[in-house]
Design a protein around this ligand. Structure first.
Ligand code: BTN
Length: 259
């Protein structure tokens, strides 16, 4: 039996970080960690404050979608106070931290579907949601929300079983959520400090994308674009080559692979 104690003490004790996860707010059951993190950030919570729920009842995803977060999944939000310069890099940072942690803790290879879904064998195992409040050129706060399917039997969730997977389904055994969370917090801090020291995480994120070179449809607001996902810019946008040779730069959207 893999332990599932996600108490603040067990997450933060001897955690090898300076600020990420040094304060943890834990709920056994919560509507959404994003709401609590937003409230905490507005009240001046320290950078690195983490909100974790063992289960969410109204988890939300990108593009106003619902996010299923039953027992066995990881739902967490991290509060940051980054420079505006680093905002575009947060989606790269979050998805890379997940890829690294899944490999370190579960030994599984995962890839990123632009902009920041994490997939194993073509199925989604993690979603990333970034919310922020910017005033002028000042970021009041940014919140990284991570939802990871850890110990879920996807056959119990037929509504998503054709497109989603979990670490336990991939491995045939349960994985410690605590180990994954602790590893994630260390990885998030490491990548964040890399950015602050002037380093780049763009190249590694670009190379982890399974989208590049593929024929895709991209839904961006009301428009659907079709073409080959040629590359990504340093600001995270996708460069899509159309059959007529034109190139479109897409800042946000949802990709469907068509090949
Ligand atoms: C997506 O793929 O659309 C993003 C999903 C993000 C889900 C996480 S779970 C923790 C945090 N709380 C939420 O309500 N959403 C994010």
């Amino acid at each position: 039996m893999v332990e599932n104690n996600l108490s603040p003490g067990s997450i933060a004790s001897n955690l090898e970080t300076h600020f990420i996860g040094q304060r943890v707010i834990y709920y056994p059951n919560l509507a959404s960690t994003m709401d609590v993190a937003k409230r905490e950030a507005q009240q001046g919570a320290a950078e690195g404050t983490v909100v974790v729920a063992a289960e969410q009842t109204a988890g939300r995803g990108r593009l106003k979608r619902a996010w299923l977060s039953p027992q066995g999944s990881i739902s967490l939000s991290v509060i940051l106070h980054p420079s505006v310069l680093y905002l575009p890099s947060l989606i790269m940072l979050a998805s890379l931290a997940v890829v690294h942690s899944i490999e370190k803790v579960a030994g599984l290879k995962s890839q990123v579907k632009w902009p920041n879904d994490v997939l194993i064998n073509g199925k989604k195992v993690c979603g990333v949601l970034i919310e922020n409040e910017v005033r002028g050129d000042r970021v009041d706060y940014a919140i990284i929300g991570l939802g990871i399917n850890v110990n879920l039997r996807l056959s119990d969730f037929p509504e998503i079983s054709s497109i989603a997977t979990s670490l336990s389904d991939e491995l045939g055994r349960n994985v410690s959520r605590l180990d994954v969370i602790r590893c994630l917090l260390v990885e998030i801090e490491r990548l964040y400090l890399t950015l602050q020291a002037g380093g780049s995480i763009y190249e590694e994120w670009r190379d982890s994308l399974m989208t590049l070179g593929r024929k895709v449809h991209v839904q961006s607001e009301e428009t659907i674009y079709q073409g080959i996902a040629e590359s990504v810019a340093r600001d995270g946008s996708l460069l899509l080559r159309h059959s007529d040779g034109n190139l479109t730069k897409i800042v946000a959207g949802d990709v469907t692979l068509r090949d």
